[in-house]
Design a protein around this ligand. Structure first.
Ligand SMILES: Cc1cc2nc3c(=O)[nH]c(=O)nc-3n(C[C@H](O)[C@H](O)[C@H](O)COP(=O)(O)O)c2cc1C
Length: 322
């Protein structure tokens, strides 16, 4: 049997397949479809300090080979998460990675991290500094204008090296847990932010979050999304994500969790070969709720067929002609 286990910081994963934040709820939603214990790790929907209602509908629409979403970080807030969601997650028996973000104040990341640091069953913290769905420019179309405008800070962090450094190093000081920084593709040079996250003490980076995009109903001349802009995910973004993983892999030493448009074993393999240590499966969960376990089995078969005894050997194994 080939060895599928990988390390991310102090985390030891039985296999390198996890779910991408926001596409798997708090896992209970998928219990009827798969044996959750088979997953490498579970990343929760991003939580914030206070509950958030999220953005007004319509919040999603289909696009060629993908989808737009503008959920706006709807979540029950830290205390309800700990009281109602975490007990079920703990029972699963795989590492739980809690994704956190800030509604309107980077200081909240520190409060969240400090509290989660004390909870034994939280294996790692992912800093979502890259959510594109709380942007200020659509505000005049919505009654949520003020809160949206205030919330713009967490979009800006992953686009600003200094803000990224300050946030990651501040969170690093308050937690011993494995720290993952989730990067945005909506930048000129993602390697710059990845290096800053590493230098500030992040144990790993995950990439990519969604690409800011729009989709228009031409008859009504409306955006199909209430907030006008939204995040594009699914196979349409995979070539961009693979390129970014490859660029980042050549610049940093910490592990990369690669995601963006993975729908099957072959698309997951593209990420390992370009440099990812683990992969996150997002939009594909909505199409096939069993996709994660199928990919785990598919990776095993691929390694066996190619006489590779460990997934390690595949990571960053791209053969470059130039
Ligand atoms: C409906 C939806 C909700 C999402 N919510 C979050 C979130 O709460 N936090 C986060 O870090 N990423 C969120 N994402 C981004 C995904 O985790 C992932 O980075 C992105 O969708 C690319 O992967 P995919 O193409 O496999 O979906 C969301 C994506 C979708 C489609």
């Amino acid at each position: 049997m080939p060895n599928l286990s990988v390390n991310i910081g102090t985390l030891k994963l039985r296999n390198p397949v996890m779910v991408a934040s926001g596409t798997f709820g708090y896992a209970d939603e998928f219990r009827d479809f798969i044996n959750l214990r088979e997953l490498g790790a579970i990343v929760t929907k991003t939580i914030t300090l206070k509950p958030r209602q999220g953005n007004p509908p319509p919040r999603t629409c289909e696009t060629p080979s993908g989808m737009l979403n503008s959920i706006g970080l709807e979540n029950p807030g830290l205390e309800v998460f700990i009281r109602e969601k975490l007990p079920l997650l703990k029972k699963i028996g795989v590492p739980i990675i809690v994704s956190i973000s800030s509604e309107d104040d980077p200081q909240e990341f520190i409060v969240l991290a400090r509290r989660l640091d004390k909870i034994k069953e939280v294996a790692a913290i992912e800093l979502n500094i890259s959510c594109p769905n709380i942007t200020p420019h659509a505000t005049r179309h919505t009654p949520h204008a003020k809160s949206v405008q205030r919330a713009a800070c967490s979009q800006l962090i992953a686009q600003d090296p200094e803000a990224t450094y300050n946030l990651v190093s501040a969170v690093r000081k308050v937690t011993q847990k494995t720290l993952i920084t989730k990067l945005s593709p909506n930048v000129t040079d993602i390697t710059e932010i990845a290096m800053v996250a590493q230098n500030a003490g992040s144990d790993a980076v995950s990439l990519i979050n969604t690409l800011t995009a729009m989709c228009i109903d031409v008859e009504a001349r409306n955006s199909k999304i209430a907030m006008v802009t939204a995040g594009l995910s699914g196979p349409a973004i995979r070539p961009v994500a693979v390129r970014m993983v490859w660029e980042v892999y050549r610049k940093i030493k910490i592990p990369i969790i690669g995601m963006g448009g993975i729908i099957d074993t072959f698309s997951a393999l593209e990420f390992f070969i370009s440099g990812a240590t683990a992969v996150g499966i997002g939009t594909a969960n909505f199409i096939n709720p069993r996709v994660t376990v199928e990919i785990i089995e598919g990776l095993r078969k691929y390694l066996q067929k190619n006489n590779i005894n460990s997934i390690d050997k595949l990571i960053g194994s791209l053969r470059c002609k130039s």
